[in-house]
Each structure stands twice: as C-alpha cells, then as structure tokens.
Design a protein around this ligand. Sequence first.
Ligand SMILES: Cc1ncc(C[n+]2csc(CCOP(=O)(O)OP(=O)(O)O)c2C)c(N)n1
Ligand code: SF4
Length: 420
Amino acid sequence: MQPIEPIRAQEQANWRFFEALPEYDRSAIKQTTIKGAMLLQPLFEFSGACVGCGETPYLKLATQLFGDRMVVANATGCSSIYGANLPTTPWTVNAEGRGPAWNNSLFEDNAEFGLGMRIAIDQQTAYAQELLLELRESIGAELVDALLAAEQNTEQEIAEQRVRVVQLKERLAAMPEQARAQELLTVAEQLVVRSVWIIGGDGWAYDIGYGGLDHVLASGRNVNILVLDTEVYSNTGGQTSKATPRGAVAKFSYAGKPTAKKDLAMLAMGYENVYVAKVAYGAKDTQTLRAFIDAAAHDGPSLIIAYSPCIAHGVDLTHNHRQQNLAVKSGHWPLFRYEPSRAEKGLNPLRLDSAAPSIDYTEFSSTETRFSMLNRTYPEAAKLYQEQAQDDVIARFAHYQSLADLPGAADLEKKESSDD
Ligand SMILES: Cc1ncc(C[n+]2csc(CCOP(=O)(O)OP(=O)(O)O)c2C)c(N)n1
Ligand code: SF4
C-alpha cells in the first residue's frame, strides 16, 4: 500500500498530457478500415458497465464514426444505466463542443421516441430550407444555393456545410430587424445532416418494444436501430427474452428455454427496404465496421443486431472475443448483411459474412454456464436441447445460404432474355 496523493498528482499530469494530444483530422482518415476508424475520437468513454461488457464497444464505435452528429434514443436497459450514471455520463463532446444528443425513453416506446426525433429534425430542416429560399436575396444567393445543394455524404462535405452554416448565422445575426431571419437562426443548425440512432437491448427490441420497432421499420424513415443483444434482460438480472437461445438457463427458464431464439433479422428483411446486419465485432470486426457505415448511409430504416457477451452468460468476459468467435463458428450467430441498395442494382441483397458451422454447437455452449448448468440440473432436457440446438443452427444456416444463393433480379432478366 502507498499513499495515494503522490500517485494522483503524477497521474493527473499524465492525464493532462494525454488530453492535450491533438486529435486526427477526421476528413483525412480512411474510416472504412479498422486501423483508420480506431484513430477517430470516441465520444463515449468511461462508462459504468461491467468490465468486459459486450455492449459498450458498439456504442464507442458508433460515436467514433458519427458522434458529432448523432441523436440517440436509448431504451431503458443496461445501456441507459451505464449511459447515464447521472450526474455523470460517458457520452461526451469533442473540442468543438459537438457530441451525441442523448435521451432515454420508456422501455415500451423507444423506437417511436427515436422516430419522433427523426420527424422533428426533418421538419426543422425543411423549414430552414423554406426560409432560406424566402430570404435568398437578403442573405446572398450564392451562399443559399450552396447550402441547399450541399451533398453531405463524407466528412469533408459535412465540414464544408458546417462552415457555410457559420457564415449563414453571422449574416442572420446582422439582420436583427428581420423577423424571418431571426426565425431561420433558430433552425439553421438543422441544415447539417443528423444521424439518428435508436438503441436498446433484446428485451426492448424482441419483446416489450417490438410493436414500436416494427412500426418504425415499416415507416421507411431514415433511422438506425442498434440492438445490443445479450440474449436476456441483463439489467434486471437476466430474465428470458425472445432472444434467449434454446436450452439456455435464465430467470423464468430455470429448466432451460424450450423454444428457439426469435429471428428478428428475418422479420425485418421481409420489408425489403430495411438494411439489416447481424454482427459480432469479436469475430469479424471489419464486417461490423462495414455494417455501421452502410447502415448509416442507407436512406431508410436500418437494423443492426449486435452480439453482446454479458456477465449473465456465465463466462469470464476476459474471453469476450473468444466467445463471439465460438458463437459464429458454431452457427449460433451467423454474420450477414441484407442491403436494399444491392437489390436496386439487380443484385441479391443478402450476403453471408460467415462460413457454415465448423464446430459442434457444444464446443460453444459448453463454455458458458447459462447452457452447461442444465447438464447438472436437468441432464435429460440438456441433452435434448443440445441436439435440437445443433439441428437449429444447421437448418438456419442452410436457409440463409439458400436465400443468399438466389439470383438477383438482373440475373433473372438476363436469363429471360437468353431464353427468348
Ligand atoms: C415496461 C417495463 N417493464 C420492465 C421494466 C424494468 N426493466 C428495466 S431495464 C430492463 C431490462 C432490459 O433488458 P434489455 O432490453 O434486454 O437490455 P439490457 O439490459 O440487456 O441491455 C427491465 C425489465 C421497465 N423499465 N419497463
Ligand atoms: S450486465 Fe451485461 S450488458 Fe449489462 S453492463 Fe454488465 S455485461 Fe454489460
């Protein structure tokens, strides 16, 4: 044991040095590589989650990519608790004071809450554009036209639009006698693109908030839905949800869950205009990164279902990445992306990003107490569920493979014309 004071003084100096290090220029970084993305400043840091929590890395990644323009609707659950240990919060701002705007809603209406944010932003943007046109001559036609025509797909383009908005605000501030100009000043910031994220756990997405989630998927609106799937209601101590796998022991399933995990991705794919991805960063981080970038770029609803190891799985989370790898290799968590933009090009929208199951399901399930404890308590049920779960993963992979192997519309057209 040592007195803390000298250590604290030394660490404070180290911390100040670390904080003074300059951040990289976002527009100069290749964000589509893991190496590049990890150089971006995270705007989610020092959360109160359990050590090794599988949820938080997805949030950190989202803020690295979109944090300075993110608007978050967070369902009640672990993410709302470690996300708001008030009066502190891990959601933070960059040197310009920009960071995610975050709010927490009821468990049962979070998707609608996020949709409301999207609608409000779109309404304010449309109003700002209307006022710009109305005041075009007094503001300056060149600036107004540039503001209205701006593409905002890259960091560079967004940075350029921010500069234009600063110019606009300066000009509007110099027109205090014009009421419409002052009105525009209140919504001018909405001329910079926003990235709306609706976030929560599986209890929210698969169960209690599912009706609302489905409604938002059907709305066609540009929102990104991130499901942090721990396969139980983690925050209240691990109750069974519809995401809980067959044979797992959880609260309300002491004798093992007798039914298979609900396939939320398949339900969402039924809409055809929803971007859907199933990811596990510990198994394939490049696929996770790609999914986040493509989901945000998709001009419609996106759903990312993210495998999130949790203390409720009964495994030392030092091995979090190994567990994700085992889940993917056993077929428990197939990786894929369903991209409506591919269908628009006549291609099959579904792409599998993981191979067929290459290890026995028990090689995965035996490493986690949520499954293995059933061998002691209900050995016969454990044996039955293991066999069924093995069949489940093989059948599910075969089903996805058959869908991914289907020809796209363009292939069918080619075939038809060659048949004629
Ligand atoms: C309608 C309603 N029922 C129950 C609760 C209590 N509750 C708060 S958080 C939570 C668990 C959330 O589980 P999940 O959505 O899976 O997120 P996780 O904690 O696993 O991240 C529950 C049941 C609540 N807040 N509202
Ligand atoms: S209970 Fe699970 S999901 Fe919640 S913070 Fe801990 S590890 Fe993360």
